[in-house]
Design a protein around this ligand. Structure first.
Ligand code: 3HC
Length: 314
């Protein structure tokens, strides 16, 4: 009666697994886990890793045009960090039995998602400030939560990544504060960047909870500890105060402070724009994938040489 015993065996294993989650235990790669748990982690972590690597492109665009040597050095360090974050998280997916080359191929084939925010252009130097302040700021809110995820390797990766993200956010906010205190043209540049990056940054947290297809399962199994809307609200509350501190205006005519809850309530997010960009029709989707495909092709000889070396010296 193997079928029944397998079913009853699995249901008792599932009960044990869920008791471990309830007891806030860390699930490690060699532990038994439901196939759905493993699949959800691979989906989320692959997308996260892709986002880190594609996220290098909009900022990389300004490395050769940074206004000072100091700004250039800081931006170089940040972009290098993002590459490391991507590799770190790809390693995390490999503890779940996938091969990173397969995940990267899915991205190159246009079959994998990455954060929609990286499909917007970086038109001025102020965009580098806005990305550090808003995009890395949003990522910190999200990743601080993920540092408590039930899957050990992912949570531990987030602890290290969040330390570097804090530097990323500070350097971005310093750029915005410097421009906001500068000439009229510099102030206008900073405000223009805030206008263009504000709403796509709110979209980084995903659809509203009622439309989030994955959140229930992710929260049941302790991968997500807070919902998309809870994290978005946390980000908004922090960032409005930071915008006010440097006299920049958040581009939302409906924004209002709720004295009762202490929350800043935003106007409606344009989810048509969100899905348009997620589905590949954003301002830079083609440019980003073309750049990733070229980088992969240009780097093929390095990969071949490295594996030949490993084979020869194995
Ligand atoms: N961009 C693209 N797709 C998105 C998205 C976004 N901002 N937000 C949601 N989606 C997709 C989801 O992937 C899902 O599609 P799928 O089922 O085909 O994968 C669909 O929209 C519905 O969204 P859900 O809310 O159900 O999806 P999740 O529960 O996975 O929540 C998430 C979305 C909050 C992004 C979550 O996946 C997450 O926390 N991921 C890990 C963190 C991450 O990926 N961050 C990306 C930014 S990394 C970064 O900014 C680097 C920094 O150094 C600059």
């Amino acid at each position: 009666m193997t079928t029944t015993s397998t079913a009853s065996e699995d249901s008792s294993r599932l009960a044990q697994f869920e008791a471990r989650i309830a007891a806030d235990e860390s699930i490690e790669p060699k532990d038994w886990m439901p196939e759905r748990y493993r699949k959800q982690l691979i989906r989320m972590m692959a997308q996260h890793a892709h986002s880190e690597v594609v996220g290098m492109l909009p900022e990389g665009n300004w490395i050769t045009r940074a206004p000072t040597l100091r700004r250039k050095m800081v931006l170089l360090a940040k972009v290098q960090d993002e590459a490391g974050h991507g590799l770190y998280i790809y390693c995390g997916t490999e503890t779940l039995g996938v091969d990173r080359h397969d995940l990267v191929q899915e991205l190159l084939d246009g079959k994998a998602k990455y954060s929609s925010i990286f499909n917007y252009p970086t038109l001025t130097w102020a965009d580098i400030g806005a990305i550090g302040w808003l995009v890395d700021g949003a990522a910190i809110v999200n990743q601080t939560m993920l540092a408590k995820a039930s899957f050990g390797p992912y949570a531990r990766a987030m602890v290290r990544i969040c330390k570097e993200e804090n530097f990323h956010k500070r350097q971005g906010y310093e750029i915005m504060a410097t421009l906001a205190r500068g000439t009229g043209a510099q102030r206008a540049m900073a405000q223009d960047a805030l206008n263009r990056w504000w709403w796509p940054s709110l979209m980084m947290f995903g659809p509203h909870d009622k439309d989030s297809t994955n959140s229930d399962e992710l929260m049941r199994w302790g991968i997500k500890r807070k919902s998309n809307d809870e994290l978005r609200q946390r980000f908004v509350n922090m960032t409005i105060v930071q915008a006010q501190a440097i006299d920049l205006t958040v581009p939302d005519a409906d924004l209002k402070y709720n004295e009762m809850t202490g929350d800043w309530e935003t106007g409606p997010i344009d989810w048509d724009e969100f899905w348009r960009v997620v589905k590949g029709n954003g301002p830079c989707n083609k440019e980003r994938l073309d750049a990733r495909r070229k980088a992969d092709a240009d780097g093929a000889w390095v990969r071949a040489a490295a594996s030949a070396y490993v084979e020869k010296h194995a």
